[in-house]
Structure formats: structure tokens, C-alpha cells
Design a protein around this ligand. Sequence first.
Ligand SMILES: Nc1ncnc2c1ncn2[C@@H]1O[C@H](COP(=O)(O)OP(=O)(O)OP(=O)(O)O)[C@@H](O)[C@H]1O
Ligand SMILES: [Mg+2]
Length: 464
Amino acid sequence: MIATIGHRISTALQVSTAPLRAPYRAAAGWLRRWAPKSLYPRTILIIVLPMVLLQSVLAFMFMERHWETVTRRLSTAMAREISALITVIETYPQDADFEKITAIASDKLGLSISLLPPASLPAPRPKPFFDLLDRTLSGEIGRYVGKPFWIDTIGRSQFVEIRVKLDNHNMRIIARRSQTYASNSHIFLVWMIITSLVLITVALLFLRNQIRPIIRLADAAESFGKGHPIGNFQPRGAREVRRAAYAFIEMRRRIERQIEQRTTMLAGVSHDLRTILTRFRLQLALLGTGPEIDELRRDVDEMNTMLQAYLAFARGDGDEQPDSVDIALLIEDLEADAETAGRRASSSFDGDPMVTVKPNAFRRCLTNLTGNAVRYAKSMRITGKHSGGWLTVTIDDDGEGIPASDRETVFRPFFRLDAARNQDEGGTGLGLSIARDIARGHGGDITLSDSPMGGLRVMVRIPD
Ligand SMILES: Nc1ncnc2c1ncn2[C@@H]1O[C@H](COP(=O)(O)OP(=O)(O)OP(=O)(O)O)[C@@H](O)[C@H]1O
Ligand SMILES: [Mg+2]
């Protein structure tokens, strides 16, 4: 019952989220394409974006509400004061020179007023671009004074001038701008921006310290993958990063221990077997000659070669240290070897020839591949390319090639394709396994495909 309900709910949910999936995917795709790729800029974005958003909303609300309200209140007060002054002037005209009222306005209200002979008001001034004050003050004066007036809010930066047409005079009022207008409100914005800049800087500094251990861990893992030494890598930073780092160190130790065990065991086995083989050979020498004995001797030789190849495979690239190697030169060498073996060969190299690899191991990897081309084909081409952080060496030949279905199996140790094809060739079937082992030990790989020359194309790709 519960299961049925659960099923129904999940189907209903699936149905209801289906139309949302496409826009969600589009948004996710857009984000993936445009969002910064590394951790540091991403984290910066995560901190800075909400901050900017919050501040924009705050600033907007502030401008919209606080600033406008304060300005309106101030303007209302000023308009009322002017209205009161006008009423006094008109109701008590006994103050002939308006001395008293001018003094009251100046002392008590902070307004400088003067009464001019009647004249028509000047032409209205053009509206300023940012006209909050102009708009508000005009509105309030219109409301409270109710007489024709003229206003100038921009002529003098610190003051506002208002002229009102009375019955017998023109009244000029000069007030400080700050009396009518929340003029220093921008200080709030300036403070807000300065504080957030300080906060962002502090956050960035802290962040850098948090991210550095992650980058170091990534670097160490990458060098280990390429078979480079990782120096004395120490776990640092937050607990989770440390945990990952300890896990990585443990994993590295385990891998190294395993390789060491494999090498020691195989070295022991091959040593024992070789001792017996040597004894065999001695006994054969004592037996003299004869067709059966020659056959036996050949078998013993073959066993010896196989053992050596096996040992080389088991040893892997050992403790060899990476070094800068001229790959163009190496490729020319291989070409010369193939020619010496009586094959047609050509080679080319493109890009910076110096690449950091384990010199002997990498040479062995390529020698195994060209050796195959020599063995299974008549002519070959070696092409090297170093660009975009990768070294690619391609070996094409005109032999029989390897069917697509066998292109993975041939990498297995001791696997030889079509025993009839290479009878008497004396191979052990380890060449490709060793080559791939070495390529992977450098953080790369080997792939097989069809060659335009008609045979096999072997491509070795390792990161720079
Ligand atoms: N260039 C090639 N053209 C055709 N077949 C190939 C080529 N390279 C390898 N092969 C096939 O893949 C098999 C495995 O190759 P691999 O190099 O591992 O062993 P091998 O050449 O037989 O012996 P080894 O290299 O150990 O002396 C070979 O037996 C061969 O059948
Ligand atoms: Mg081979």
C-alpha cells in the first residue's frame, strides 16, 4: 500500500517536474559554459555575487524610500516656513522695511530673505538631470504657498534660491541646500562600498589560504599519476582536505608497496629459474651435438629470452627518475634502427622536442612498438607532435594490422595474435603490455587503430 502511494507520488512528481527539466538543463549548461573553471574564481564569485546583490537591493531601497522621504519632509518644513513668513508679511504690513521679519527669518529659521520690487519672475530654469530635490521642493511649495514661484536648485552649489510673487513684492529666499535635502546621504553608500571592499579583500586572503592545500594536493596527485616525484608533500588546510591528502599518501604507499612486492617476487622466481636453466645448458653442452640436442638447446635459449622479457615487464620503469629528453632525436634513432633492419621508414616531429619522461623506459616503450612494425610490416612512419600539454607519437605501418575486436586483447601479457602468423619469430607477447604499462606510468596511454598506410596505427599519448 505504502509502496503504491510512494510510487504514485514519485510518478506525479516526475510528471510535474518534466516541463521544468528543459529550462533547468539549459541553465545548467549555460552555467557550465560561462562559470569560471577553477576553484578560486568560483569561490570568489560565490562570495562576491550575493554581496553585490544584497548591496544593490539595500542601495535601491535606501534611495527609493529613505532618501526620498527625508527630502520630502525637509522640503515640506521649508515650504511651511516660507508660507508662514509670507502670511506674516501680508498680515502685518506695519514693518515697513521688513527688517524685523528678515532678522527673524535669518536668526530663527536660517533663511536669508529679501523683498524685491514687483517684477515678473525669471524664466524657469532647465530641470537638472537628477531632479529629486527640484521635483519635491516645487511640489511642496506649490502645495503650501499657493502663489506663483520660481526655483533654482542648481545655480549655486551650496544654496537653493526661491522667488515667490506676492501682491506687492517679489520675495527672494535663499536657503542652504542641506535644509531642504538629504544631501549627504551618499556617505552611506560610500561607507557601504568601502566596507564591502574591505570584507571582500579579507575573504579573498583567507580563501587563498584555504584553496592552496587543495591545489597542492591536486599537483601531487597529478605528478604521481605521471610518475614524477612528488617531493615532501605534507597534508595541510581544512580537515576534509587533510583527509583527502592522507588518503592519497596512503594510496600511494600501497601502490608502491605492491609494485615493490611484485618486482621482488618475480626477480626471485626468475633468478631461481635461471639458475636451473644455466645448469640445463651446461648439461646440454656436455651431451655433445645432435638434432634433438640442438632442438633442446634452442628451447632453452627461448626460455631464457622469455624469462628476461618477463623480468623486464615485472620490473616496470622501476625507480628511474624523469629527465628532459629530446624526443625528435629519439624518433630519428628509431627510424635508423628500422632502416638497419631492412625496412622502409620515415619520421617527422612537430613542436618543442624536449619532454620530461623516464628516458630508458620511454625509449623501451617506443622501441617495442617500432619493433612490432619491423616484425609485422615492410614500411613504417613515425610522427611526433608536442602541443597543448601533450606529446603524441604515432607509428603507422603497412602490415596486416590487428582486427578491431583484438585491439584490447593484444595488450594482455603473453597474448600473441594468430600463432601461425608469427611462428618462429620468437616473440613472447609482452611487447605491447610493457609499452602500455610505461605509457600509463607516464599518465598517458596507447591506442590502436587503422593506419592510412594500410596496417596498424599505434598512438602513444602522454601529458607533458
Ligand atoms: N604492427 C603490428 N602489425 C600487426 N600485428 C601486430 C603489430 N604489433 C603487434 N601485433 C600483434 O599483437 C601481438 C602482441 O604484440 P606484442 O608486441 O605484445 O608481442 P610480440 O611482438 O608477439 O612479442 P614481443 O614483442 O614480446 O617480442 C603480436 O603477436 C602480433 O600478432
Ligand atoms: Mg612485440
